[in-house]
Design a protein around this ligand. Structure first.
Ligand code: ATP
Ligand code: MG
Length: 231
């Protein structure tokens, strides 16, 4: 079954007099367990597409089915909850809370989840966050603040935060853009490991070396999407 199904998605941004057609009739299907990269020139619509897949933004027209449910019919609360359950995000600039430790950053999505899942108490939240930090190789850095960590370690905290709810999907927008090539390689190895454990991974990247390691490449240009490679 398709995990992600976009049907005839259009997205417009109105800027003064100008109406930007950021996504132009995008239809794609992504299966559970896929490892996909989205490539394309600057301004082609990659982040716009990722924000829609990640339920951070709504399509203008078209339909989006996520894990069998039509998200276009959900209200804001339903969208937030569904996003929290299904999707983990990783960004180029890490987007960590600067005054919170690695552990507190990773606990954050679970704190939100505890508002609708009463089995998540503080002890369980702590245990799950520590386990996830261990999974990304950071068990010796849990009490460090983001500015006390290296770039690669910060990105690992962000990945742990993305994974702590056991989402089916990991969405990453230029996750290695701020990292050197050796650290990028380590982060990519981690994504591959997670994918082999069943997580569906979608990476936006400018780096052709990274794209080549993905099972599938989708190319955006001028708001259109085309399949460039699929195994
Ligand atoms: N919030 C917004 N308001 C107005 N226009 C926007 C907004 N977000 C994106 N756009 C426009 O939509 C188009 C697609 O932008 P998008 O951010 O998706 O590109 P991208 O492929 O991610 O580019 P990059 O590789 O530079 O990150 C661009 O022309 C951009 O200027
Ligand atoms: Mg972008």
């Amino acid at each position: 079954m398709a995990l992600i199904e976009l049907k005839n998605i259009h997205k417009y941004f109105k800027m003064g007099e100008e109406n930007i057609h950021a996504l132009d009739d995008v239809s794609i299907t992504i299966k559970e367990g896929d490892f996909t990269s989205i490539v394309g020139t600057s301004g082609s619509g990659k982040s716009t597409l990722m924000n829609i897949i990640g339920l951070l933004d709504l399509p203008g027209t078209g339909q989006y089915f996520l894990d069998g449910i039509n998200t276009t019919e959900m209200n804001d609360d339903e969208l937030s909850k569904y996003r929290n359950q299904k999707i983990g995000f990783v960004f180029q600039s890490f987007n960590l809370l600067p005054k919170s430790s690695a552990l507190k950053n990773v606990e954050m999505p679970l704190q939100y989840a505890s508002s609708y899942n009463s089995t998540l108490n503080d002890n369980l939240i702590r245990t799950m966050a520590l386990e996830t930090l261990e999974k990304v190789g950071l068990s010796t850095r849990v009490h460090h603040l983001p500015n006390e960590l290296s770039g690669g370690q910060r990105q690992r905290v962000a990945i742990a935060r993305a994974l702590v709810n056991n989402p089916k999907i990991l969405l990453a927008d230029e996750p290695t853009g701020a990292l050197d090539s050796k650290t990028s390689e380590e982060i990519l190895n981690l994504f591959e490991e997670l994918n082999s454990q069943g997580v569906t991974v979608i990476i936006i990247t400018h780096d052709t070396k990274i794209a080549k390691r993905c099972k599938r490449i989708l190319r955006m240009s001028d708001g259109h999407i085309n399949e460039e490679k699929s195994l």
